[in-house]
Design a protein around this ligand. Structure first.
Ligand SMILES: N[C@@H](CCC(=O)N[C@@H](CS)C(=O)NCC(=O)O)C(=O)O
Length: 221
């Protein structure tokens, strides 16, 4: 059994990997990185992850970054968790394709809402940068909604039929939409998917750990 040390930011995209780790049932240590305080830029953290980002999974002392890579590693190392389909290269690639879209398509648009000043430093531009991210996010959510509607029509609960790493990523984005008070009324299947996710013990454990960590960060501020 590999020794797993996980670094996450409460509420950040690392929650996708956090949920997957909990799904594996493997023992791991978890350490919160206070992103707003800039802990990701501390020399000790940068020594492990020079990108200064979460998630980071240190496996037997070796650092692995990027949600897609961590999810793929966990899927292969703990096949019983069924984080990716096995035995069919195309089915596996379809889930990987979705994960790649999460990390390279959906997430970067949300980043404009979380840190508009990183995208334009003209005076009074922040609201406009955020506003311009709302439309593309709605388009992304509409695609997800369509996929989930097809799934539900086929009598299944999860994005690719059986639960997979993709479902954890969806959970992250729904929370971000709530945080930014986006209008999500056009996505009823996505709303139900979120409720189903909340009922999973893995999600409850990851959320409890992240909420406790966030409370600690705020107490220390
Ligand atoms: N493509 C990366 C994105 C990682 C990323 O951008 N993480 C954000 C949190 S959601 C972060 O660490 N931000 C801190 C910073 O940019 O200073 C992945 O999926 O792992």
């Amino acid at each position: 059994m590999p020794q797993l040390n996980f670094f996450f930011g409460p509420g950040a995209c690392s929650l996708a990997s956090h949920i997957a780790l909990e799904e594996t049932g493997a023992p791991f240590t978890a350490k919160a990185v206070a992103l707003r305080k800039g802990e990701q830029q501390a020399p000790e953290y940068l020594a492990m992850n020079p990108k200064g980002k979460v998630p980071l999974l240190v496996i037997d002392g070796k650092p692995l970054t990027e949600n897609v890579a961590i999810l793929s590693y966990l899927a292969k190392t703990f096949p019983q968790a069924k984080l990716l389909p096995t035995g069919d290269a195309l089915q596996e690639a379809e889930v990987l394709s979705f994960l790649a879209w999460c990390t390279a398509g959906i997430h970067p648009v949300f980043s404009r809402m979380f840190g508009p000043q990183r995208f334009c430093d003209l005076p009074d531009s922040a609201d406009n940068v955020k506003k311009l991210a709302v439309g593309p996010t709605a388009q992304n959510f509409a695609l997800i909604e369509k996929m989930l509607a097809n799934t539900v029509q086929a009598g299944k609960d999860w994005l690719f039929g059986d639960f997979s790493a993709a479902d954890g990523y969806l959970f992250v984005f729904w929370r971000w939409a709530q945080f930014h008070k986006l209008d999500v009324s056009a996505y009823p299947n996505y709303a139900k998917h979120f409720e189903r996710m909340l009922a999973r013990p893995s999600v409850q454990r990851a959320m409890a750990r992240e909420q406790a960590a966030q409370a600690e960060i705020e107490k220390a501020a």
